[in-house]
Design a protein around this ligand. Structure first.
Ligand SMILES: NC(=O)c1ccc[n+]([C@@H]2O[C@H](COP(=O)([O-])OP(=O)(O)OC[C@H]3O[C@@H](n4cnc5c(N)ncnc54)[C@H](OP(=O)(O)O)[C@@H]3O)[C@@H](O)[C@H]2O)c1
Length: 296
């Protein structure tokens, strides 16, 4: 059994990785935040030296997009400095690194799915810090994959599905933004992609490296995403609300978000053979976890 180091094991993506537990002779090992604090990069070398890691998946991050606007130093240390040091230390011991990044590195002014090499232009502190993290990983000197995802949801932690179900239980009508388009990504499907990439890098020195995109297939808006969540929830006897579409201008947030952030997944399909499922199918599985289907 070979060990793959996972940061952020308590997060959505980390939990999805750990839920999968074992994969063809590999095991995911996720130290706690006390054991591996991304704010303490001086400890990374010791952690990497502790055992012969087959690969690293950096799924830990500062992800509170609005709070990030005022906690700039902490955000930058976790999302930019830590990945750079991790990449440098991983290169020294020749361990491949898979780093998770985000659609928020883009401005959102496109009208067709973003390709991996397109110009980045983040709109807020979170996106800028993640973009700097990508640069740090790219220049770390080792074999690495940067995997950008968008609109990550899961049965765990805070995410759009859980927020909608909570608010749907409290209110009859919910106002949801209808002029931002993107693609939901199930953390479970993303974890499968990360696991495939990490294991391939571990056993194949010639495995593809560089930047890749992964999301579930299809485009939606937050309002239509919410409506689909309520449709699936109602069918299972769960909470439901009527969705009132509103504009971004009507819903003020501390951080600006891209108006369009769909990611082209052609490269990962071609080079890693990973074909994303349609988002509606992927989120139905998550809703099944949160609201088991009625048996009668
Ligand atoms: N969520 C999204 O919509 C989204 C979209 C695109 C890309 N992404 C990217 O996907 C990756 C995973 O996101 P996620 O949704 O799984 O995030 P999440 O649920 O917010 O989890 C973040 C993880 O990072 C850990 N973490 C935060 N600060 C840390 C520190 N100082 N030291 C060690 N661990 C720390 C958290 O630990 P605690 O439990 O201790 O807080 C948690 O395990 C991130 O790179 C994120 O940028 C997310």
């Amino acid at each position: 059994m070979r060990d793959i180091l996972v940061t952020g094991g308590s997060g959505q993506v980390g939990r999805a990785l750990l839920a999968a537990a074992e994969h063809d002779g590999f095991r995911f090992v996720a130290p706690t935040r006390d054991e591996l604090d991304l704010l303490r990069p001086e400890n990374f070398a010791g952690i990497l030296a502790a055992r012969p890691w087959a690969a690293i998946i950096n799924a830990g991050a500062y992800t509170a997009v609005d709070k990030a606007e005022t906690e700039v130093e902490e955000v930058w240390r976790i999302n930019a400095l830590a990945p750079a040091v991790l990449a440098r230390e991983a290169a020294k011991v020749n361990v491949p690194l898979v780093h998770v990044s985000t659609d928020y590195v883009f401005s959102g002014l496109s009208d067709r799915p973003y390709l991996e090499d397109e110009r980045v232009a983040p709109l807020g502190v979170y996106g800028a810090s993640k973009e700097a993290g990508e640069q740090g990983v790219r220049t770390g000197g080792g074999r690495c994959v940067i995997l950008r995802a968008s609109w990550v949801v899961s049965p765990w932690r805070n995410n759009f599905i859980k927020t909608m179900l909570r608010l749907g239980a409290e209110r009859e009508v919910l106002s949801v933004v209808a002029d931002q388009q993107g693609s939901p990504t199930s953390a479970i499907d993303l974890a499968h992609a990360l696991s495939t990439i990490a294991r391939t890098l571990a056993y194949d020195a010639a495995a593809p490296t560089g930047t890749f995109h992964f999301s579930n297939a299809g485009v939606t808006t937050w309002a239509d995403f919410a409506a689909e969540i309520f449709r699936l929830s109602a069918a299972r006897g769960g909470p439901s609300a009527r969705v009132e579409p509103i504009t971004t201008a009507q819903y003020s947030t501390a951080a600006r978000r891209p108006a369009y952030s769909c990611l082209s997944t052609e490269r990962i399909q071609k080079l890693y053979g990973l074909t994303p499922r349609p988002w509606r199918i992927a989120i139905a599985d998550i809703i099944d976890e949160l609201i088991p289907p009625r048996t009668s």
